[in-house]
Every structure is written in C-alpha cells, then in structure tokens.
Design a protein around this ligand. Structure first.
Ligand SMILES: Cc1cc2nc3c(=O)[nH]c(=O)nc-3n(C[C@H](O)[C@H](O)[C@H](O)COP(=O)(O)OP(=O)(O)OC[C@H]3O[C@@H](n4cnc5c(N)ncnc54)[C@H](O)[C@@H]3O)c2cc1C
Length: 256
C-alpha cells in the first residue's frame, strides 16, 4: 500500500551532466519498496502535479531510499536544489514493478540512460533469489554512465552510443550475444530501445518485462494521463494505467 510521508533528504549529490543522486530517510517506504516501483514527489509549491522517480535502491535496515534523476524542467530543478535536512513530500511505493521470481535463475537486465537506476534494486533482488544476474547498461556518452561501481558485483557490460566508454554500440548488440541461456529479460529505458529488446527476446523465446515511462498525473490510477494501449487476451485493445497497472508490463502485452 502506498504511504504518504514527509521525508528528510539525507544527501543530494551532483553526479555531473545534469544528473543527481538523492537519498531520503523513509523507514516505511523503504521497508515495502520492490524493484521497478517508483515514488511520486511533490516538487515545490509551483508544481501542482507530483513527479514520478524510480526507486533505484531501498535499504530497509537504514530506512533509506535512493533515487537518481536528471534535471529536465521545473520539478527536477526544484529537487536538485534540495539540501541535506530539507523535507520532501513522498508518496510510494507506487506501481507494479518487475517480477524477480519470474525472471528465473539467469536473468538479463538492461537499462538505457535514466532507465538504468531501477535496474540496481532489480539486480539486487534477483541476486537475493540466488539468480546469476547479467546487467547491460547503455548511455549516450561516457559522462552519462551511472552506478558502475554498484553493478560491478554482477556480470556487467556498459555500452556507449559514441564509443567513448565500454562497448561501442547499443545494449541490444550485447543482448544478442548474451541471450542464449537467459531465463528472463527485464528492461527500462526509451521506448524504441524497449521495443527492440522485446523483439530480440521474443525471437529467442525468452519472457520479457518492460518498464514503460509515460507522463503522469495522479500516480494512483485515478486520472487517464498515463493511459497506454495493451493487447487483451481476446486480441482487442485495452487501456492500462502506466502508474497503477505498470510501469512494468509483460512485453507481449504492449502494443508497440
Ligand atoms: C514511472 C516513471 C519513473 C521515472 N523514473 C525516473 C528516474 O528514476 N529518474 C529520472 O530522472 N526521471 C524519471 N522519470 C521521468 C521524470 O518523472 C520526469 O523527467 C520528470 O517528471 C520531469 O519533471 P520536470 O518538472 O523536471 O519537467 P517538466 O517540465 O515536467 O518536463 C520537462 C521535459 O521532459 C518531458 N517529460 C516529462 N516527463 C516525462 C516522461 N515521463 N517521459 C518523457 N518525457 C517527459 C516533458 O515533456 C518536457 O519536455 C520517470 C518517469 C516515470 C513515468
């Protein structure tokens, strides 16, 4: 169940290139957070709508949540100006996350750009289930590579579009090499990347879960801002809420 809590900021570190890592103190949300879920944050009085940010990590012993975000507009700029000790109104954990058990014993996880952060808690959750995790992270360029030390516990490959770091190419190039023997694929990132990943997984016969990002209104399924077209079992189109039914969907369900 979602909890609304006024939380203290523990740290809000600038990582460069418009990216920040924020740690907040929230025992209740940290205790119930699952991989692939997000929190909805109020971002100052001028921004009526909350902003969704994925849960990158949750430490239930320390009672903290970690998020990584990119400054895009007013809301994230407000977040970037927070300092340790400031308070934030947080609603979460929200949404339907990744099903780590369904990913099986040899999951391949992929993240692109600001879609990389939620894959950290996903990787840790799969590893807790004794899975052998492969993580493939993609960024446009070297300065946008995040969480490399955190992913080094896993079989980790980083790719950059411009070849400035790691493998020169897309996460899909690496996925084609690593998909043999995979028991499940999970991905978060831009829609064209998710579509390409879903096609590769389908061809290999490996179940695939994708985290879809849409602009959101309420975050709890009460408005229709984040409606997304899905295939119903009878072949007809049905509409789901990314905030409540997702953000994670079975790739076979999504109408690309
Ligand atoms: C489930 C979910 C999880 C997310 N997790 C993260 C995360 O972990 N880290 C992170 O940096 N961002 C994440 N986002 C995106 C983040 O919510 C937006 O960047 C943020 O709301 C922008 O708010 P703003 O007020 O700064 O910018 P706005 O002024 O609202 O928007 C600035 C620009 O970004 C575009 N934009 C805003 N939201 C989205 C969106 N959801 N998809 C595509 N374009 C958008 C706008 O159209 C506009 O061009 C997530 C979004 C969703 C739906």
């Amino acid at each position: 169940m979602a909890i609304q809590e006024i939380c203290a900021v523990r740290a809000n570190e600038y990582l460069g290139s418009g990216l920040y890592r924020m740690v907040i103190k929230t025992e209740k949300i940290a205790a119930s957070a699952a991989c692939g879920q997000f929190v909805h944050l109020t971002c100052g009085e001028g921004n009526l709508l909350r902003r969704p940010i994925s849960i990158c990590d949750a430490d239930s012993e320390a009672g903290t949540l970690t998020m990584l975000y990119e400054v895009k507009g007013d809301g994230t700029a407000w977040l970037a100006a927070r300092r340790a000790g400031d308070k934030i109104d947080v609603l979460g954990p929200l949404g339907h996350g990744f099903d780590a058990a369904k990913l099986g014993a040899r999951p391949v996880l992929l993240g692109g750009g600001i879609g990389v952060p939620p894959m950290l808690l996903t990787a840790k959750t799969c590893a807790k289930n004794s899975a052998a995790v492969t993580m493939i992270a993609g960024a446009r360029t070297r300065d946008l590579v995040v969480l490399e030390p955190e992913f080094s516990d896993f079989d980790y490959t980083v790719c950059t579009d411009d070849g400035s770091y790691g493998v020169h190419g897309f996460v899909t190039d690496v996925l084609r090499e690593k998909i043999t023997g995979a028991t499940g694929v999970a991905a978060c990132g831009p829609k064209p990347m998710l579509k390409a990943i879903a096609a590769i997984a389908k061809e290999a016969g490996v179940p695939c879960q994708v985290s879809m990002e849409e602009r959101m209104g309420c975050g709890i399924g009460a408005c229709l801002v984040c409606a997304c077209a899905l295939s119903a079992k009878n072949g007809e189109t049905r509409y789901g809420h990314v905030c409540k039914d997702g953000p994670v969907f079975d790739a076979e369900e999504v109408q690309w």
